[in-house]
Design a binder for this molecule. Structure first.
Ligand code: NAD
Ligand code: DAU
Length: 359
């Protein structure tokens, strides 16, 4: 259905899973524009890198002339916008890059898309889409018994990251409303799966547990997230791109609410089972309760009924099946972990964890 698409941030966690999923489905050609920050890793895409349907461009979404040139050269039918600074803890320690990429970068991309779209004609104009990949964190935090976030939940972002994503969502909305850009927004919950950089909860806990290092759980560990297997998310994005209504928002969630302590304990039992000879068994002995994240949101939960009922999407993985696949992937890809946990990563560990006292 799409001849060619432009993906931003396709060398990151969700982006690279999406690129692999898209190309495996023979959905047309794909150009991946990625700045390759610490979070971008072209190694994720070596299996498709030399194929005729894929091209990679290293560059910044804030670079308007580069984006104009890419749009002219590749004439995409859609832009799928993943590129962002995505880690809440980093946004607390250094918010500026989040404003630059997430807000200004999205603005630059919208302006370029708008000008490109204005010159399209006929069927090309009809089918063009701008898909903005956003987060449930824009909705703020939920009390234990509150209903899950739905598409009409008011925005109430609490971290610099969430505020920057909320701002980018507002820009997209305004570009639809004012300029008629055919954009759609998706807001999804916590993704997990292969290729996730080990600064986020699950890959951090997996890589630490394998090395016998402490497993740092923030605060009381009772914060709840709604876990979404990354391939379920990619399938949802494809459904939205193909059949979503312009100007709409679709929430994407896995229907798997778990507290952080439940997640880490489940992971530890799984590692005990998969690594019966490990010297660190039982892995739960590595858990350490540490100082909380400032402004830590207590609970996220997604009501995905709109996506399910309108577009027929359903999450295929339960948390148990998705977690097993994820852990098996990290066990089978020790070289990948080795490659991303060198120099700069060690520095981040120092910055974020060395100062965090025990609770
Ligand atoms: P990630 O941090 O793993 O990857 C981000 C990618 O964007 C990297 O490849 C990076 O090099 C690239 N990038 C950063 N700044 C750039 C710039 N200025 N120009 C071009 N490329 C740039 O992020 P992710 O976890 O894959 O998240 C992808 C998107 O999904 C983000 O927009 C994020 O806000 C959103 N999201 C993520 C989750 C999650 O659980 N990971 C959940 C909800 C929404
Ligand atoms: O909800 C969607 C969001 O999920 C995305 O928009 C973000 O890009 C993504 O990073 C993620 O944000 P979280 O802050 O929820 O994810 P993170 O993996 O950083 O943390 C998950 C939970 O685990 C959170 O309650 C904090 C806690 N945590 C995290 C780390 C890194 C710990 O207890 N210890 C840790 O070391």
């Amino acid at each position: 259905m799409f001849r060619s698409i432009l993906v931003t941030g396709g060398a990151g966690f969700i982006g690279s899973n999406f690129v692999l999923h898209w190309l495996a489905g023979k959905n047309g050609s794909l150009v991946n524009l990625d700045k390759l920050t610490y979070a971008g890793n072209p190694q994720n895409l070596t299996s498709v890198a030399s194929g005729p349907a894929y091209s990679f461009v290293r560059g910044d979404i804030c670079d308007r002339s580069l984006i104009d040139a890419l749009l002219q050269q590749h004439r995409p039918d859609a832009i799928v916008h993943f590129a962002a600074e995505s880690h809440v803890d980093r946004s607390i320690l250094g918010p500026e890059a989040f404003l630059e990429t997430n807000i200004r970068g999205t603005f630059v991309l919208l302006q370029a898309a708008r000008e490109y779209y204005a010159k399209l004609q006929g069927e090309d104009k009809q089918s063009f889409r701008f898909l903005h990949v956003s987060t449930d964190e824009v909705y703020g935090t939920l009390a234990p018994e509150s209903p899950a976030f739905h598409e009409g939940t008011p925005y109430a972002p609490n971290s610099p990251y969430a505020a920057s994503k909320a701002a980018s969502d507002h820009l997209v909305r305004a570009w639809v409303h004012t300029y008629g850009l055919p954009a759609i927004i998706t807001n999804c919950s916590n993704n997990y799966g292969p290729y996730q950089f080990p600064e986020k909860l699950l890959p951090l806990m997996i890589t630490h547990a394998l090395a016998g290092r402490p497993l740092p759980v923030y605060g009381d560990g009772q914060q709840v997230r709604d876990w979404l297997y990354v391939l379920d998310h990619c399938r949802a994005l494809q459904r939205v791109l193909e059949s979503g209504r312009v100007g709409e928002t679709y929430n994407v969630g896995g229907g798997n609410q778990r507290s952080n302590l439940q997640v880490v304990n489940l992971l530890c039992s799984l590692l005990d089972e998969l690594l019966p000879g490990s010297p660190y068994k039982p892995h739960a002995q590595l858990i350490r309760m540490v100082e909380d994240r400032p402004g830590h949101d207590r609970r996220y939960a997604i009501d995905a009924r709109k996506l399910e009922q309108e577009l027929g999407w359903h999450a295929e993985e339960t948390f148990e099946t998705g977690l097993r696949k994820t852990v098996e992937w990290y066990l089978a890809n020790a070289d990948w972990v080795e490659g991303v946990t060198s120099g700069a990563y060690q520095q981040w560990m120092q910055e974020n964890y060395a100062v965090r006292g025990a609770r």
